[in-house]
Design a protein around this ligand. Structure first.
Ligand code: C2E
Ligand code: MG
Ligand code: MG
Ligand code: MG
Length: 286
């Protein structure tokens, strides 16, 4: 399915190139090549349950190193992919790799899910639930192995279609999280209109120590709880941040203070060591 689509997507890159700047169009052509050659890689950042201390989820984050060795950040190439019609193949690639990894973790006996960022464009793409179902089935995985983080809901084309898409995904037992919650992108309207399982509080809010910022943070966590959603806090950078989020009632925490994003081999080792350490502390034997 992916192969058959390549030609069309190649053309859309070319067409975008005729109106965009030359530099951008050559970067888009490089991105297409990187996707085709499977050169986009993933790094993985753990998320830890506050109560048990266990790593319950690992977020997959895309990385692209150009042929000349310069890294392009996802904040550049994800919007570029959206603009030139490459977001679907990019997402297929990241989901495929993320699910390959979670399969390996689960085979090692780890009860961990992988979390993938889903571009707003794809939240209203009716082909996405079928695609996810197929990728799960190919690996013998159930939907509880996958979380999809959605953001910038202002950019979602049709709320009605988005609601259907997300409902179909949840019917597969895939969980949906609203990412960057409290950053201004994720509006209250989204909370009302879109089916969600959790919210992920934006790191800027987590790290805003002004009285106003703290009030906002507290309110956002309470709002999530009132709506019966679980609350993840991203961007925890120090012990005091961890203490604060714990006492405010976050369910899950993530950030450099706990662990940085790491390559696949490293995350596997980290997950095994961490699970063994928690088992030892709590007297669990496997
Ligand atoms: P995000 O999903 O909100 O991911 C969190 C970003 O914060 C990541 O940056 C992560 O490396 C960084 N981070 C994690 N902990 C800390 C911390 O304690 N302090 C600070 N200062 N930063 C922290 P990254 O990997 O550069 O990703 C940036 C954004 O790009 C992501 O934000 C996400 O929206 C997007 N992105 C990344 N990978 C993908 C992808 O595969 N698909 C899509 N659609 N978007 C992606
Ligand atoms: Mg995210
Ligand atoms: Mg986030
Ligand atoms: Mg963020």
């Amino acid at each position: 399915m992916y192969r058959a689509k390549r030609g069309r997507e190649g053309v859309s890159v070319y067409e975008a190139g005729t109106c965009a700047g030359a530099e951008e169009s050559s970067l888009a052509a490089e991105l297409l090549m990187a996707i085709e050659r499977d050169e986009i890689t993933l790094v993985f950042q753990p998320e830890q349950a506050v109560g048990s201390g266990r790593i319950v989820t690992v977020e997959a984050l895309a990385r692209w190193m150009r042929a000349d060795g310069t890294p392009v950040p996802p904040s550049t190439f994800v919007p570029l992919a959206e603009e030139v019609g490459l977001i679907r193949p990019l997402t297929v690639l990241t989901m495929r790799k993320a699910l390959d990894e979670v399969l390996g973790w689960r085979r090692s006996g780890l009860d961990v899910a992988v979390s993938v960022n889903l571009s707003a464009q794809l939240v209203s793409d009716r082909s996405v639930p079928g695609l996810v179902e197929e990728l799960l089935r190919e690996r013998g995985l159930t939907g509880d192995a996958l979380i999809l983080e959605i953001t910038e809901t202002a950019a979602i084309g049709s709320v009605d279609v988005a609601r259907d898409v997300l409902q179909d995904l949840r019917a597969l037992a895939v969980r949906i999280e609203l990412d960057d919650f409290g950053s201004g992108y994720a509006s209250a309207r989204t909370l009302r209109d879109i089916p969600l399982d959790g919210v992920k509080i934006d790191r800027d809010l987590v790290n805003d120590h002004t009285p106003g910022g703290r009030t906002m943070l507290t309110s956002m966590i309470q709002l999530g709880k009132v709506l019966d959603l679980y609350v993840v806090a991203e961007g925890i950078e120090n012990e005091s941040g961890l203490d604060a989020l714990r006492s405010l009632g976050a369910d899950v925490v993530q950030g450099y203070h706990l662990a940085r994003p790491m390559p696949p081999t490293h995350i596997r080792q980290t997950l095994l060591e961490h699970a063994a350490a928690v088992d030892a502390r709590t007297g669990v034997t496997r």
